[in-house]
Design a protein around this ligand. Sequence first.
Ligand code: GRF
Length: 194
Amino acid sequence: MVKSTGHKKINTSVFISGYGTNLRNLIKFAKRYNSPIKITFVVSSKKNAKGLVFSKKHNIDSKFYSFKKKKIKENDILTNLKKRNIDLICLAGFMKILSKNFIKKFKGKILNIHPSLLPKYKGLNTHERVLDNKEKYSGCTVHLVDAKLDSGKIILQKKVKIKKDDDSHSLAKRILKEEHILYPKAIKKLIANL
Ligand code: GRF
């Protein structure tokens, strides 16, 4: 379990693969004086992930892991996380699936954000599928990560109304805006409910 002792901020690692707008937003959140977290390590599954500019800008250590020999890489990540006393992992656009063993080691301490109203539309291409099915609403979900894809206890969700002229880009953009509000709220909720 994630434990916050007094005013000590929880050492947090953010895992990314892409643009990192959620990372950028979480860094902003962590920098607030009353934030319960401190981001001290960024893991990227892509060498040139755009999001790495944000960790660089804020002098946060980051490391790229290719995930090719998954077990070896994961053990390396775990060693690094331990060394840095990381107590919370936030997946933010992280495109790799973590092993059962990894998840077990951080049980109840890994959050993910997914751009749909889970348990609906797990996996990739959520917006396209939502639009194909002529849904009225979509949204985003922050949930704890367990061994199954996009499963695990839901911490918070935000509904987003679909507009008649939405395409996957416009919908993704509107949902992403909500993600940036939802993720910090979910982190606070997770930590407050301990
Ligand atoms: C977000 O839509 C997130 O929900 C999904 O991947 C996207 C990542 O965006 N898992 P960014 O890299 O944080 O900008």
